[in-house]
Ligand binder design. Structure first.
Ligand code: BTN
Length: 260
């Protein structure tokens, strides 16, 4: 699988150093270990199955062995602190772009901060973690794409989907991975050269329901904010218009009234 990937990769650095696991606890956890060993910028860790896949807000990420794409990339980027929150938006832009290009018949949109929706349902999860030392900040972007799986646990069935489920035919995971890595490299370049463009691109992908419906944001500490979408701040935060004015949210689970 790595051999085939390397043959078709069009990236400069992403995935040029790569490891593939039949089964692992979590590719994000493995990435952290590799960072300690000094792995290069762009290192890719990919797994066919995860036994302890991690999602945002301490949740578990469930996947289907050999059907989904489960991978993490190590990014040694020098981004100003106030722009680091945009990394998660840049990765979401890249994955949306890649799925849209790869499967043009599917309707792709984004939900802040980084859920990729396909035909209105969540098909991708992105978990960006950072590790700071005195000399640099290193990021791990973990991406789970529901590619070919056909079943979901009952509690997810109404809000989650897979690309093949929507398309009605299976997808070549390695081709999609190669395309996605290339798009990530491109969108990281935009982030570094012109971070405001990362925000404007994100806004073009942002789901219309997010922009127009009442929103409910649940924070890590379980406090709840209700309001409507105002904008994305220059640091990537969500600006929510509430009764009391504009509130700036950095990490929250947002639902809009119609679904998700
Ligand atoms: C979310 O909660 O939406 C984010 C889910 C991120 C899942 C991916 S799968 C590959 C990588 N390894 C992990 O343990 N998590 C991320």
């Amino acid at each position: 699988m790595i051999n085939r990937l390397q043959r078709i990769l069009e990236t400069r650095y992403l995935g040029r150093t790569a490891e593939h696991h039949q089964q692992i606890d979590s590719t994000n956890t493995r990435a952290r270990q590799l960072i300690q060993d000094g792995c290069p910028h762009g290192t890719l860790i990919i797994a066919e199955d995860q036994t302890a896949g991690r999602g945002r807000h301490g949740r578990t990420w469930m996947s289907s062995a050999e059907k989904d794409l489960l991978f993490s990339i190590v990014l040694r980027l020098s981004l100003p602190t106030e722009r680091q929150g945009l990394l998660t938006l840049a990765i979401a832009n890249a994955v949306a772009d890649s799925i849209h290009t790869f499967c043009p018949s599917l309707f792709v949109s984004l939900k802040w901060p980084n859920d990729v929706l396909v035909n209105g349902k969540k098909a991708v999860g992105i978990l960006v973690e950072s590790r700071m030392s005195t000399s640099e900040t290193v990021f791990v972007a973990g991406i789970g794409i529901n590619v070919n799986r056909d079943t979901f646990p009952d509690e997810l069935a109404a809000t989650a989907t897979s690309l093949a489920g929507e398309l009605g035919e299976p997808i070549d995971r390695i081709l999609l991975l190669a395309a996605t890595l290339a798009r990530i490299e491109y969108h990281l370049e935009i982030l570094q050269l012109n971070p405001d463009q990362t925000i404007s691109t994100f806004l073009t992908w942002l789901d219309e329901r997010f922009k127009t419906s009442p929103l409910r944001a649940i924070l890590y500490n379980q406090s709840v904010w209700e309001g409507t979408f105002e904008n994305i701040a220059p640091d990537g935060a969500l600006l929510l218009k509430t009764f009391n004015g504009i509130t700036k949210l950095y990490a929250a689970d947002v639902t809009f009234s119609q679904s998700t």
